[in-house]
Design a protein around this ligand. Structure first.
Ligand code: ADP
Ligand code: ZN
Length: 199
């Protein structure tokens, strides 16, 4: 889905656990769009300033310039309406408004490429990614390598005790695990309004 015929927009979702190559794949697609001389804008939520505030950086040190947003509404405010391709990383941290924003962008003829975690550290679907999957034209599920056994890994294992749903970090705080090796994280936690409690 690398080309854009006429004015038709669409939504592509790249999802999977941490370390599965979501950012790499997002960067790859956006670079190709730039090579095709499409106008590209890239956004990420404020929560993810681990490495850089004005770039998306993959765990393998690939980078692409991006703009930090507080929430989904800000994407619309900061959007240059000449933009043809909109990239969004860490979509699971943007909140429920992202679904409408992606739909609006796609309806207005833009190619929207969204990357995010599809499950949280307890293994639960991470809103609003499930809704985006239902509405997308294209879905790519990336798997990492299980750090315990070497099998394909779909889970993000938290390695530290924390009461927070979101603890931003990378190597040392989280690792990829397969279904068999995954142990759901610390039970005590606080919920963001858009995250469904268990049960
Ligand atoms: P994501 O955005 O899904 O967190 P990134 O695109 O930032 O992933 O990083 C993917 C890169 O992370 C891989 O190409 C590899 O170099 C590195 N990596 C580190 N740990 C793992 C792992 N357990 N499985 C796969 N890749 C890993
Ligand atoms: Zn395993």
């Amino acid at each position: 889905m690398d080309f854009m015929a006429g004015n038709m927009g669409w939504i592509e979702v790249i999802c999977g656990p941490m370390f599965s190559g979501k950012s790499e794949e997002l960067i790859r697609r956006l670079r190709r769009a730039m090579i095709a001389r499409r106008r590209v804008q890239v956004f990420k939520p404020i929560i993810d300033d681990r490495y850089s505030k004005d770039e998306i950086v993959s765990h393998s040190e690939q980078r692409i310039p991006s703009t930090v947003v507080q929430g989904a509404g800000e994407i619309l405010k900061l959007l240059d309406w000449r933009t043809q391709v909109v990239g969004i990383d860490e979509a699971n941290f943007i909140g429920p408004g992202l679904v409408d924003v992606c739909n609006q962008l796609a309806d207005s003829g833009k190619r929207v490429v969204v990357a995010g975690l599809d499950t949280d550290y307890m293994g639960r679907p991470f809103p609003p990614i499930p809704d985006l999957l239902a509405l997308a034209e294209s879905i790519t599920k990336t798997l990492a390598i299980c750090m315990r056994c070497g099998n394909p890994a779909k889970q993000t294992q938290r390695l530290i005790e924390s009461a927070d749903l979101i603890v931003v970090g990378a190597a040392g705080m989280y690792e990829a695990r397969c279904r068999a090796c995954f142990e759901a994280g610390a039970p005590k936690q606080e919920y963001l309004p858009f995250v469904r409690p268990p049960g």
